[in-house]
Ligand binder design. Structure first.
Ligand SMILES: *[C@@H]1O[C@H](CO)[C@@H](O)[C@H](O)[C@H]1NC(C)=O
Length: 434
């Protein structure tokens, strides 16, 4: 008996001394990149130079069928049909990188058809069962090592920017109750806990299947995530602590999209440190927390009313113009930003380059801007992550003993090495500082 106790105690010591799983690098692959044009088009093969840096590769995204609540491919033709079969193309990388886990993510803010279904699913045990069973099957059939629930919870309302008249009106209006985003918050919180538990149970019947939860940008985790109830069921929680400001949510004012700490006079909840603190204070082991780093720059138009200092928060006039390759208003990929930071020979007829403003405190991030010309055109303000700030975030992760970082996503990093010749500079910088 005593020997047995000693043996069990020895096992406990071994368990306690087992290396905690830190240093994760969770690499997101956004399948939309497959259908972009020219330089922005990324094929599965282009992932190869990234993968030796990735502990996980996550396929974004699958969705929820609005009638059956089953987990389904969002683009059958691209994802699963024989012509492209990207699910398989992605999971096949495991033969070259056997240590890497490949997960299938669901939601991710790209499953936009009938958005209420994410709430309704949580309210119905039958819908949850349909989702869980179909999800496990889908993952298994295509060789995935697990599922990432990037759940599309209702988002917090963006800050309103008012004109002077508006603020007088607001003073009157304040007496009226504001409508809540979600009038069934407690029910959705409980439903999500149940979903995580049920998904874990189903996955644990299969060998080596992982379960992750991703908190999407502007989802208030303190409303929806019961940390003590879910944390033991998940391998990690990925906090997408970015896009606090975007040109869609905040067309009239630009600000740092992903600060590590609270800039002066800002909402103290909207930064990476606050997002992480909520989970730590609720009892999550630090090694289960992964901090998201966005490779996508947010851009706004500056106009003649914008403060000429460029210092945020700054008045803006909606999203900046689309990039030459990604072609989405208000968004630039990292290589599109870096091309705008240089204008060789100050060529005539070209817009002047953007002036980059770094943050010596390493707390808020980098931005770059260009004031409008005399006719009021061409003004641009960009908040973005570069290799330096990505490295700072990784250093923050390391200093807090967190589980690692996620790169969201690889297709918006400089996967061709157009900036300096190095492929995937943001991913590399983050990995290097972990
Ligand atoms: C999130 O919800 C909590 C209440 O659960 C609230 O105190 C907090 O202000 C909210 N955060 C944001 C950024 O709206």
């Amino acid at each position: 008996m005593r020997a047995l106790i000693a043996f069990v105690a020895a096992l406990a010591v071994v368990a306690a001394n087992a290396p905690v799983p830190t240093g994760k690098v969770i690499c997101y692959y956004d399948s939309k990149s497959y259908v972009r044009e020219s330089q922005a088009r990324m094929l599965p093969l282009d992932l190869d130079p990234a993968l030796s840096f990735c502990s996980h590769l996550v396929y974004g995204y699958s969705g929820v069928h609005p009638d059956t609540y089953k987990m389904v491919p969002l683009n059958e033709n691209l994802d699963v049909d024989r012509s492209h079969a990207n699910y398989r193309a992605i999971t096949n990388f495991k033969s070259k990188y056997p240590g890497m886990k490949v997960l299938l993510s669901v939601g991710g803010d790209v499953d936009t058809e009938d958005p209420q279904k994410y709430n309704l699913l949580l309210e119905s045990p039958q819908a949850r069962t349909a989702f869980v069973n179909s999800g496990v099957l889908l993952a298994e059939q295509h060789g995935f090592d697990g599922i990432d629930l990037a759940w599309q919870f209702p988002k917090i309302k963006p800050k309103k920017i008012r004109s002077t008249w508006g603020s007088i009106w607001h003073g009157i209006k304040k007496t009226f109750a504001t409508t809540p985003v979600d009038d069934k918050e407690p029910e959705h919180r409980e439903g999500f806990t149940a979903l995580v538990r049920e998904m874990k149970q189903a996955l644990s019947l299969k060998p080596n299947m992982q379960l992750a939860v991703t908190i999407l940008p502007n989802v208030n985790a303190s409303i929806y995530i019961d940390v003590p109830a879910i944390i033991n069921h998940v391998d990690y929680v990925n906090l997408e602590a970015f896009d606090y400001y975007t040109p869609e949510r905040n067309p009239k004012e630009a600000d740092y999209t992903a600060p590590v700490y609270t800039p002066q006079n800002r909402n103290e909840h909207q930064n990476a440190n606050a997002a992480v603190s909520y989970f730590l204070q609720a009892g999550a082991p630090s090694y289960k927390i992964v901090l998201g780093i966005s490779t996508l720059a947010r851009t706004w138009k500056l106009d003649s009313e914008s403060e000429i200092s460029g210092v945020p928060p700054i008045h803006t006039d909606g999203p900046g113009e689309a990039g030459p390759y990604t072609k989405i208003e208000g968004i630039l990929s990292y290589p599109e930003v870096c091309a705008k930071l240089i204008n060789p020979n100050h060529q005539k007829g070209m817009r002047p380059h953007l002036r980059k403003v770094t943050d010596p405190s390493k707390r808020f991030g980098t931005y770059a801007f260009r004031l409008p010309d005399d006719s009021g055109e061409g003004g641009l303000w960009v908040s973005y992550e570069d290799p330096d700030t990505a490295g700072q975030k990784a250093a923050f992760v390391k200093s807090k003993n967190l589980g690692g970082v996620s790169i969201v996503d690889l297709s918006m990093d400089d996967f061709r090495g157009l900036c300096t010749g190095d492929k995937y500079p943001i991913l590399r910088a983050a990995k290097y500082r972990l």
